[in-house]
Design a protein around this ligand. Sequence first.
Ligand code: NI
Ligand code: MN
Length: 226
Amino acid sequence: MELTFYGHACFSVKAGGKDILFDPFISGNEKATAIDIDSIPADFMLITHGHADHMADAIPIAKRTGAKVVSNYEIVVHLGGQGVENGHPMNHGGKWKFDFGTAKYVNAVHSSSFADGSYAGQPGGFILETGDGNFYYSGDTALTYDMKLFGAQHDLDFAVLPIGDNFTMGIDDAVMAAEFVNVKKVVGVHYDTFGYIVIDHEAAKAAFAAKGIELLLPGIGETITV
Ligand code: NI
Ligand code: MN
């Protein structure tokens, strides 16, 4: 599966011929100034939770592309009130068949509020099952034993996990998360963007490699095949 990294926790995959964009936060990311948000393709936009570093650019991209926005009920309703009418609300444990395949919204242990502090529903992650491959994107989360269930229920090819620590799992917990969901490939996100989450890339790769897991850290703007 083709995956393009746009910095922080924003990335897109191609599945079923569709561009699926996750957690758009680009214009506020000093490290992602080379990315032109007006040229990012999106047929779908999946948002894990309400924090600005996951959805600050959701409205302009959704309005330009007409992408279907998939998130929790509260976020979809909130965006609907701001003119993003092509939304699909979900909640934990639910799945839905879209054009690209199936998406399931799963538990995450984190918080979720909009930039003004109002309630943005409970945070989540997504499990995608598509003809081009299956993967788990945890969103911002702590390590949780729930991940064992995701690995037991789904045959996953890779996972996209936060590794920056402080606000989410750090490297050691992300290694265990990868073991829980039973993948041998992880794309690391949510690191280096700001001071609290700067990591040592080589040490991170070594920690995963010690458990037989490959950690991929694509550059911002880079497309990789996972
Ligand atoms: Ni967050
Ligand atoms: Mn975050």
